[in-house]
Write a protein that binds this ligand. Structure first.
Ligand code: PLP
Length: 389
């Protein structure tokens, strides 16, 4: 456990919670979850399942119906070869990713991944005994992922390359040609590409999503996909995710899951199946609203002296470079986040949580009104403090 430690950012999160509990009027741009309610069709299906007594253990890797429906969705959309047998339903995407880490990492094994990255990805590799090898991405090209840089970081100790597109926190994407080059290069080296596609349905400007599902028929031994119902369907609390990949990996993931969580919650899987089958119009509606919020937030962030923000290609986070807003006493992202909490009453996440101390993360999974209030408060607090300085 000492390998992962407690994050300094938790201090900021705890303080935000304490202020909220005291009734302080906070604008919360810290949360990493949709503000929309779960689609009603999922709620109704889960309630009916509860009433019908679907409340016992299920098969360890999930209900056959949900495994089959997830596999079929990827087959229909992207031609992937995975069947229900190569699909494990996990307790959220997070448990699925952890089970993959447990299945492939051990002391001496390196897993290459882009940075900045979601805090749990390197932590899970470390918990499994492996070594995360971070490859920087740059705000200059919107934190795009590049095959060459990722492949160049591999050594004889590397077992896999773990990508997350769209990325939390950067919103950066891998393009379809870059993904193909990455998978080709990985396959040639006998490596696995694991794609965390938790935000795959949230891409903007009509961009075509690059998914390993589209390459799985061609490279069946070299790609694995982890995904989730959480962000796509506003189902964060339900804890339903999935892993698809080569039979050997899936068997290992099933073994780990059988000892750690057993099946995901029975009736939550019924709700997830209903969402998958019937909530597509709501996914489209939410995506259009996120796009509107991103287009509202990003230019306003850039108008604040000291912040520079590339428009995120996906997910629902803005990740501005914030060093221009640093000052004596707020010369790290944690100190800037503390300043914004105390002086602007706006909660953001310090970039250091993701390995990028020059940045802060603001979630736009909240209303335009809240985003507007947040922007006003941040600009006013920075202007006040600059005037005093
Ligand atoms: N992957 C990324 C990049 C995330 O940001 C998250 C959640 O924040 C997850 C995976 C896991 O989400 P869940 O466990 O809710 O499916």
């Amino acid at each position: 456990m000492s390998r992962v430690g407690e994050s300094a950012t938790l201090k900021v999160a705890r303080r935000a919670l304490a202020l909220k509990r005291q009734g302080v009027d906070l604008v919360d741009l810290g949360a990493g979850e949709p503000d929309f309610p779960t689609p009603q069709v999922a709620v109704e299906a889960a309630c009916a399942a509860l009433r019908d007594g679907f409340t016992k253990y299920t098969a360890g890797s999930g209900t056959p119906e949900l495994r089959g429906a997830v596999a079929e969705q990827f087959r229909a959309r992207f031609g992937s070869p995975w069947s229900a047998a190569e699909t494990v339903i996990s307790v959220g995407g997070k448990a699925g990713l952890f089970e993959i880490a447990m299945a492939i990492a051990e002391p001496g094994v390196e897993i290459v991944l882009p940075s900045p990255c979601w805090v749990s990805l390197p932590a899970q590799i470390e918990l499994a005994g492996g070594t995360p090898v971070l490859v920087p991405t740059s705000p200059d090209d919107g934190f795009a992922l590049h095959a060459d840089a990722l492949l160049a970081a591999t050594t004889e100790r590397t077992r896999a390359i773990l990508i997350n597109s769209p990325s939390n926190p950067t919103g950066g994407l891998i393009s379809p040609p870059e993904l193909r080059a990455l998978v080709e290069g990985a396959a040639a080296r006998g490596l696995l590409v694991i794609a965390d596609e938790t935000y795959a349905r949230l891409v903007y400007d009509g961009a075509r999503i690059a998914t390993v599902a589209a390459l799985a028929a061609e490279f069946p031994d070299s790609v694995a996909l982890a995904g989730s119902f959480s962000k796509t369907y506003a189902m964060t609390g339900w804890r339903v995710g999935y892993v698809l990949g080569p039979p050997e990996l899936i068997a290992a993931v099933e073994n780990v899951q059988s000892h750690v969580t057993s099946n995901p919650t029975s009736f939550a899987m019924i709700g997830a199946l209903a969402a998958l089958e019937h909530a597509e119009p709501e996914v489209e509606r939410m995506l259009a609203i996120y796009q509107e919020r991103r287009d509202f937030l990003v230019p306003r962030l850039n108008a604040i002296p000291g912040l520079t923000c590339a428009p995120p290609g996906g997910a629902f986070y803005a990740f501005p470079r914030a060093t221009g807003a640093f000052a004596p006493g707020r010369s790290t992202s944690v100190e800037l986040a503390e300043f914004l909490l105390e002086e602007a009453r706006v909660a953001v996440v310090p970039g250091s949580a993701f390995g990028a101390d020059d940045h802060i993360r603001l979630s736009f999974a909240t209303s335009l009104e809240e985003l507007g209030r947040g922007i006003e408060r941040i600009s006013a607090a920075l202007a006040r403090s600059n005037a005093i300085a």
